[in-house]
Design a binder for this molecule. Structure first.
Ligand code: MF3
Ligand code: CO
Length: 285
C-alpha cells in the first residue's frame, strides 16, 4: 500500500529552504495534510483583513444597540447594508451564490443562513444569530453573535452561553503547528458535556482573500487530524450547537435556510482569527 501524501507545500524554486519550509515539509513528509503556501497571509494582507474586521465589528455593535422585540429581520438587513456601504465596504453575503440579502439572520431552530424578511418579526424570548461578513478593499472578514430578545428560557440562555464558551475553547485549543482537529475536538467535548450536539454539515473556513477558503474547520472530531495550523493562516471558527439532534436540513423553498430536524433551538458564535507564533488572535473584535 502506498500512503497518499498531498504535496500542498512547495518550496519556492531556486531559493534555499527557509526554516518554515523545513518545518512544514517535515509534517508533509510524515503524511500530514498541510496548507498550500497561498493560505499563509502576508503581514500586509493580515492588516487588510483586520481593517475589514473593524467595519464588520462596527456592524455587529450597531445591530447589538438596535435589536429589540417588534423589529423585523429586514430592518436588521437595512442597518447592515447602510452601515457597511457608508464605511466604504460591501456586505459579502449580498448576491453571494445568489443569496438575496446583506446578512444572515437565524432565529431559534434556524441554524444558519436565514434570509432577512419584512414578515419575520422578533419576539420576546427569541434567540437570534446575526452573521455579518464584510469586504473592504478586497479583504473579507466574518463574525456572528447571538442576541437574546428580552427574557428567554433558562435552556435557551444556557445554549447561547455554552455555544459562546465553545468558540472560546476552540480558539484556545488552536496552537501553531497543531491541527484543525484539535479545535473541533475541544468544541465537541464541551458541547456534549452540557448535553448539546454539534452540527456536522457546516463548518468554519479559511477567509481573507475570498469569502470561503481552505481549510474546512469542523467543530467536531479528533485531535491531531485535519490540516496543520501554520502561522499566517486566517480562518473562522463558528460552532453551531443544537439543543437536540445535530441533524439539519435546508429549506426547499428558499434553498438557503438551514434548520434543525427536530425543530429544537440552535446557537452560533463566530470570529475570524489569524494564527500567530503564540496562538490565535481575533481579527473581528
Ligand atoms: N457568513 C456565513 C459563514 O459564516 C456564510 C454565509 S453565505 C451567505 O460562513 F450567502 F448565506 F451569506
Ligand atoms: Co463563516
Amino acid at each position: 500500500m502506498f500512503r497518499r501524501i498531498r504535496h500542498n507545500w512547495r518550496p519556492v524554486k531556486g531559493q534555499p529552504l527557509t526554516e518554515l519550509d523545513k518545518k512544514v515539509l517535515y509534517y508533509q513528509n510524515k503524511g500530514c495534510l498541510v496548507p498550500s503556501r497561498h493560505l499563509i497571509k502576508t503581514p500586509e494582507q493580515i492588516e487588510g483583513i483586520r481593517r475589514s474586521g473593524v467595519v464588520n465589528t462596527g456592524v455587529l455593535d450597531l445591530v447589538e444597540s438596535k435589536i429589540r422585540a417588534g423589529m423585523s429581520t429586514a430592518e436588521i438587513d437595512k442597518l447592515v447594508y447602510d452601515y457597511t456601504v457608508s464605511h466604504g465596504a460591501i456586505p459579502a453575503p449580498l448576491n453571494y451564490e445568489g443569496f438575496p440579502k446583506s446578512v444572515c439572520t437565524s432565529i431559534n431552530e434556524v441554524v444558519c443562513h436565514g434570509i432577512p424578511s419584512d414578515d419575520e418579526i422578533l419576539e420576546e424570548g427569541d434567540i437570534i444569530n446575526v452573521d455579518v461578513s464584510t469586504i473592504l478593499d478586497g479583504y473579507y472578514s466574518d463574525a456572528s453573535r447571538m442576541f437574546i430578545i428580552g427574557k428567554t428560557t433558562p435552556e435557551k440562555e444556557k445554549l447561547v452561553r455554552v455555544t459562546k464558551e465553545c468558540l472560546q475553547i476552540g480558539m484556545e485549543a488552536a496552537r501553531p503547528f497543531g491541527f484543525v482537529g484539535d479545535i473541533g475536538h475541544a468544541i465537541q467535548k464541551h458541547a456534549e458535556k452540557h448535553g448539546f450536539s454539534v452540527v456536522r454539515d457546516l463548518c468554519g473556513h479559511g477567509v481573507g482573500l475570498e469569502f470561503h477558503e481552505d481549510p474546512d474547520v469542523e467543530h467536531f472530531g479528533k485531535k491531531g487530524t485535519g490540516m496543520l495550523l501554520v502561522p499566517g493562516m486566517v480562518f473562522t471558527i463558528e460552532p453551531m450547537i443544537n439543543m437536540g439532534t445535530y441533524r439539519v436540513f435546508v429549506d426547499e423553498e428558499d434553498g438557503w435556510t438551514v434548520m434543525t430536524e427536530d425543530e429544537l433551538p440552535s446557537a452560533q458564535w463566530e470570529h475570524t482569527f489569524v494564527m500567530t507564533e503564540n496562538g490565535l488572535e481575533i481579527l473581528t473584535y
